[in-house]
Design a protein around this ligand. Structure first.
Ligand code: ADP
Ligand code: MG
Length: 637
């Protein structure tokens, strides 16, 4: 089967998108291949199609469980045998998938990077016939990238067991340094190929506005752009606040963040996809895998931590090539907030060590044991036991995961959530009418703030302690109130699991304190500084600045970002002034011919002197003005 036949047979597409054919051909020639394609550019096809025309199984490493799930479902709809392996599946389920892969019953096997290190996986992997190793979101392999994930480093190790299989690495954004790192870390062989794309987006206007009244300005911007938009904010609570403000002003807005349950997220996403003027106010959880090309406007109300993230998000506007806008609204507080966010995301080495020691003690894992073991995990209970602050602990776990020590499920699955869709009066009525539940609700309201505006993380165990009833009773009461539509209760995933990736280490021999950890923080600071300077540098075209960051030489000025616009305006203003200066000289000389330079200067203000002389010079050069032998000026029409 040729690749064109496969494209038609399995996907029903008539032609390749730009670069796809070249990338696919390179992969099928057996080259290690690095491909940069924009988001939505069709990266998946670059490994899925080679998988279909080759013998054996294509191993796909991908960082996000949700995306994996999506892709596998899509492939199955096309009658392609695809499977995935993620933490949370039990050993038996994984065994079945792995055996089928060995027996050649699977064409594409998606795995999360942590899985690559487990013995169960490796034993089967060695026996598979692997056609190709695909690494999606390949920038995750680089410490210089904005989304470093250390388990990605193990991909190179597994190459040794399948020396014939080429690697294809795919990403939407990587600086030259990150690209080089990807090739090195994946042990790219001689003759490897790299396909890059330009980062310029001629139809996208980058507009950075400093504003003390961001909401007013936002409303103005949203009303001024026809079509659908995405508005990015940093925290979950603001998504709701901003959406409400817009709704109150008659804008068709809704909000989205990872704390909403899956069904609700899907529903909102679908509504937005279908509405021609929909405005989605969201955290960065929104956008991955969203396939809408006619987004006309993306607004940032908070500054992202890196240009990569900013570009990724802003770049969701105008994928259909029509004129679109990426607007950044910021003020000085936002510039300062960048530092705070960075400090929170990087707990101190001592804090990380404490969390690791506590986790090992919690499950009574002796030093040298515990690899590959997983346990039920309750973050709140855990933090309560050791007096840890949950946000810090959560971030500390992220680092432990990076260092291949233990990994947690996504934050979303760790908590139960509660939201009260009623107003205070309705709640009051319920409390009066319903004694037992009303009493519980009263006390819940005392324990947690913000329940009326958004889903709040709650802890049933803690509630049980405070209310002095059983945990089961708490859950039942919440479920009952959920049925009565007094609250919206989303219990946490039944059994979130913590997975220990390597044997317990002695905390003192963990060298987080040293170079690596400090280095990572340093790099994060550099990325943040680059972002900060992009925001603050209003002297240079935004596209030129962004292009340079991604290593592009000689990007042309875009002529429509805020910087280019204001330069243009200055030029125009200047022209108006000088045009009038020219006219005034003309009028003067026509009325009173034969004036000396000093007589002319007396007719203009002192501030205009320089310009006046320049203008006289120019008019003389152009032949409009002549001088007599006595150095007197006259106008010559
Ligand atoms: P990326 O991973 O680069 O962001 P995807 O691989 O998810 O993009 O593809 C984005 C969309 O483009 C998908 O809906 C996919 O089906 C579609 N697509 C990819 N290649 C083609 C093609 N050659 N013709 C038409 N549609 C395509
Ligand atoms: Mg993709």
């Amino acid at each position: 089967m040729t690749i064109h036949e496969a494209l038609r047979q399995y996907w029903g597409y008539d032609s390749f998108r730009p670069q796809q054919e070249e990338i696919i051909t390179s992969v099928l020639d057996g080259n290690d291949t690095l491909a940069l394609l924009p988001t939505g550019g069709g990266k998946s096809l670059c490994y899925q199609l080679p998988a279909m025309v080759s013998e054996g199984v294509c191993l796909v490493v991908s960082p996000l469980v949700a995306l994996m799930h999506d892709q596998v479902m899509h492939l199955r709809q096309r009658n392609i045998k695809a499977e995935f392996l993620v933490s949370g599946m039990n050993k038996h389920e994984m065994e079945v998938v792995l055996n089928n892969s060995v027996w050649g019953k699977v064409k594409l096997l998606y795995v999360s990077p942590e899985r690559l290190q487990t013995r169960q996986f490796l034993e089967h992997y060695k026996q598979m016939r692997v056609s190709l190793i695909a690494v999606d979101e390949a920038h995750c392999i680089s410490q210089w990238g904005y989304d470093f994930r250390p388990p990605y480093r193990h991909i190179a190790e597994i190459r040794a067991h399948q020396p014939k299989a080429p690697v294809v690495a795919l990403t939407a954004s990587a600086t030259p340094r990150v690209m080089e790192d990807i090739r090195t870390q994946l042990a790219f062989r001689q003759g490897c190929q790299t396909f890059t794309r330009s980062f310029t987006r001629p139809n996208l206007s980058f507009l950075f506005y400093k504003s003390e009244d961001k909401m007013g300005r936002l409303l103005h911007v949203v009303r001024g752009v026809k079509g659908c938009s995405i508005i990015y904010v940093r925290n979950r609570r603001s998504t709701n606040d901003v959406a409400r403000m817009l709704q109150a002003n008659g804008v068709n807005a809704t909000f989205y963040h990872a704390g909403l349950d899956t069904m609700e997220r899907d529903r909102r996403q679908r509504m937005w996809m279908q509405s021609p003027d929909g405005v989605m106010v969201a955290t960065n959880a929104f956008g991955m895998g969203i396939d809408r090309s006619d987004v006309r406007l993306v607004v940032h109300l908070d500054i992202p931590s890196s240009i990569e993230e900013y570009y990724q998000e802003a770049g969701r506007a105008g994928r259909d090539g029509k004129p679109s806008y990426a607007v950044m609204l910021y003020n000085h507080n936002d510039i300062d907030a960048l530092d705070t966010v960075l400090q929170q995301s990087y707990p101190t080495p001592q804090q990380i060590k404490n969390v690791y020691r506590a986790a090992c003690n919690y499950y009574q894992i002796p030093v040298g044991c515990g690899a590959d073991e997983s346990f039920d995990f309750d973050l709140q209970q855990f933090c309560h036991t050791y007096g840890l602050q949950p946000m810090m602990a959560y971030n500390a776990f992220r680092f432990l995961e990076r260092d291949g020590l233990c990994s947690l499920p996504e934050r979303n699955d760790l908590y139960s959530r509660l939201y009260i869709p009623l107003n205070k009066e309705q709640v009051y009525r319920f409390q009066v009418e319903n004694h037992r539940l009303g009493d519980i609700l009263t006390r819940v309201l005392r324990m947690y703030g913000g329940l009326f505006s958004d889903f709040v993380d709650i802890d049933e165990k803690r509630m049980a302690r405070e209310l002095k009833i059983g945990e089961k009773d708490v859950c039942n009461a919440l479920k009952q109130m959920h049925k009565l539509e007094v609250v919206s209760y989303r219990p946490k995933a039944t059994q979130p699991q913590i997975l220990f990736l390597s044997p317990r280490m002695d905390v003192d021999s963990l060298d987080l304190s040293d170079s690596d950890y400090q280095q990572q923080k340093q790099w994060a600071i550099q990325r943040m500084e680059a972002m900060r300077s992009l925001v603050l540098n209003d002297k240079e075209c935004r596209s030129v600045q962004i292009g340079r960051y991604f290593g592009e030489q000689r990007v042309e000025e875009c002529r429509h970002c805020d910087v280019c616009r204001s330069k243009d305006k200055q030029k125009r203003d200047k022209k108006v002034v000088s045009a009038s200066l020219r006219d005034r000289i003309r009028t003067l000389l026509l009325e009173r011919p034969m004036l000396t330079i000093h007589q002319i200067m007396d007719c203009f203000s002192i501030e205009e002197k320089d310009e006046l002389i320049a203008m006289l010079q120019q008019l003389t050069d152009d032949g409009f003005v002549r001088q007599t032998k006595a150095m007197e000026f006259f106008w010559r029409d």
